[in-house]
Design a protein around this ligand. Sequence first.
Ligand code: NDP
Length: 288
Amino acid sequence: MATQRIAVVTGGNKGIGFAIVKELCAKFEGRVYLTARDEGRGATAVEELKKLGLSPHFHQLDIDNQDSINKFSEYIKNTYGGLDVLVNNAAIAYKRAATEPFGEQAENTIRVNYFGTLALCHALFPLLRPHARVCHVSSSCGHLSEICGDEPAATQLRAKLSADTLTENELADLMNQFVETAKDGTFRQKGWPGSTYVVSKVGVSALTRIQHRAFLSDSREDIVVNSCHPGYVDTDMTSHKGPMTIEQGAACPAYLALLPPNISEPRGAYLWHDKSVVDWTNKKPAPV
Ligand code: NDP
């Protein structure tokens, strides 16, 4: 079995994910997997990076498809026996002008961004080697303060989401409750905001803290997970309105993917695009 170190980036065919692959190809000592849900778009992206003299590997991976997740994790397990870096970058966001009912947007966004990311973690975390690094690309929208529906329900939700005792099952229940209230129109009364993307990203950042606590008592040494806001970046997701380049947006995720062994921090943290650690539970920095 091959013994190379392995890095995996989801949603690597374009945008910030593409630039994360690019930076890891230049800096990571091992094989970098550009994954994409669409084989054709993935192959085109790999060709583009090869023209730059880089050598990414490719595998199909749709985080919204359990069969695809299983095939990918089996492939990594059988080919390499383990994994050293996972960057969960893939996500969707409805445009402001989207006409789909809010409940439908909630169901799809939470399923892909939260439960898809979670499903991939469940499949790949058993393969993480000692000193592995996991980065969840969250968002400024993933800051806890964004849970700002009607009071006092919003304060109660924030307390639940930030509790040091929060479990993965409780967080899954909260994500599902949001979807239900988005469908029956009571989401604001129940404390949730009017953005399905916000809830999905708050979920991802809350998950980071749960996973961090689990890694502290893991028999494997020094596995580190963090989440970050990559900045407001010029990509399809922002309709190219973000001022930052994809390379600038990749800087913090790549930094978290490449954290050296046995660092004391950041661990289980939420970082801003400038690599500073931000207090997830209190006041959020100014936008961008
Ligand atoms: P893009 O929309 O440009 O790219 C998103 C990537 O995710 C694409 O490769 C897309 O693939 C992929 N993807 C979507 N759904 C799936 C799926 N089910 N399985 C696998 N891949 C999937 O977005 P950005 O590059 O802007 O965003 C990257 C990350 O950064 C996201 O997590 C986003 O939420 C976050 N972010 C972005 C900000 C910004 O300003 N751009 C700000 C804050 C956070 P396909 O091409 O097939 O659709």
